[in-house]
Design a protein around this ligand. Structure first.
Ligand code: TPP
Ligand code: MG
Length: 321
């Protein structure tokens, strides 16, 4: 049944579940945070979840994703284990990195989550390496790498786009442009704040900007780029303009911090993609999804709380240098 132009009901159902699940996982993480049970810093993607959900909706099991320290959404959207994420937040032995990575370093190899990194931009060249391996394997696999607007100012971003274009690598660069690198707005960092796509194009990487937070427009762009890559086409970049609702790091809001007003956030909150996609469903269907999501999260928190911490003799295991 068509509920919104091309969007059919089971699609809306699938996308809403993914969005709602990520939103609630991060809200629950924020609620737990004040208890000090979560030892890791947390960079929440609340308000930006739809970018990961839309891009990962075009990916398949054998594809890879990588991202920054703000990667809970990417990890969950690609199918990373929720109990594994929650236990990792608690530093437990059952965490996706055995409690050694925390929120900023999350990996699920079985789900195609190659990892996330706290070093701004460092995931970008690593993704190109995965894409080179994927190209050589010749199985039509692609890599999507998520990065912030600040990461586009790192030297490795330019080097990687040039290399990826030159070698026609199947890598989709997904820039989540939330307008800030910590507290510094784009206009104070770039002579041409709107120039991220132009930079990519100049390096030989086709680029599309989606400036209104529309999940379906992002997904359409990702679908056409990924389809082309599977057939041997080279890299592409999507710049998704988004807004970060919470503080840069930590569970709170920071509109009294002096660097951005709440009035700037309100239009984004009114256009909340989670609510917009949810509105495509019948109220009863939406309620059922919400209940299932809450039950899954409650179980993941229980798992994390009851899991053991790593044994002291594990301290140097898997440490390579
Ligand atoms: C190489 C490097 N330089 C500086 C930092 C400090 N730092 C951490 S987050 C951040 C801002 C990055 O902003 P952006 O890429 O836009 O991502 P967002 O936090 O907005 O998602 C900076 C400068 C770092 N972690 N790594
Ligand atoms: Mg940013």
């Amino acid at each position: 049944m068509s509920v919104n132009g091309n969007i059919v009901e089971d699609e809306a159902h699938r996308l809403y579940r993914a969005l709602r699940r990520i939103r609630r996982v991060e809200e629950v993480i924020a609620e737990i945070y004040s208890s000090d049970k979560i030892k890791s810093p947390v960079h929440l993607a609340i308000g930006q979840e739809h970018v990961s959900v839309s891009v990962c909706d075009c990916l398949e099991d054998g594809d890879w994703v990588g991202g920054s320290y703000r990667s809970h959404a990417m990890y969950l959207a690609k199918g990373g284990s929720l109990p594994g994420l929650m236990a990792e937040m608690y530093g437990k032995d059952t965490g996706c990195c055995r409690g050694k990575g925390g929120s900023m370093h999350i990996i699920d190899v079985a789900a195609g989550v190659m990892g996330s990194s706290a070093v701004v931009g460092s995931q970008v060249p690593v993704a190109a390496g995965y894409a080179l391996a994927a190209k050589r394997a010749g199985e039509g696999r692609v890599v999507a790498v998520f990065l912030g607007d600040g990461a586009t100012e790192e030297g490795c971003f330019y080097e990687t786009l040039n290399f990826a274009a030159l070698h026609s690598l199947p890598v989709l660069f997904v820039c989540e442009n939330n307008g800030y690198a910590i507290h510094e707005p784009l206009a104070k960092r770039r002579a041409r704040p709107g120039g991220i796509c132009a930079v990519a194009e100049a390096l030989g990487v086709p680029a599309t900007r989606v400036d209104d937070g529309d999940l379906f427009r992002i997904r359409d762009a990702a679908t056409s780029f990924v389809t082309r890559m599977r057939q041997g086409g080279g890299p592409a970049l999507i710049e998704a303009v988004v807004y970060r609702w919470r503080e840069h790091v930590g569970p709170n809001e920071d509109y009294d911090g002096g660097y951005r007003p709440l009035s700037e956030a309100l239009p984004w909150m009114e256009a909340d993609p989670v609510a917009r996609v949810g509105a495509l469903l019948d109220a009863d269907v939406r309620r059922k999804v919400n209940e299932e999501v809450e039950a899954e999260i409650t179980e993941a928190v229980r798992f994390a709380e009851e899991s053991p911490v790593p044994r002291p003799e594990e301290l140097y295991a898997n440490v390579f240098a």
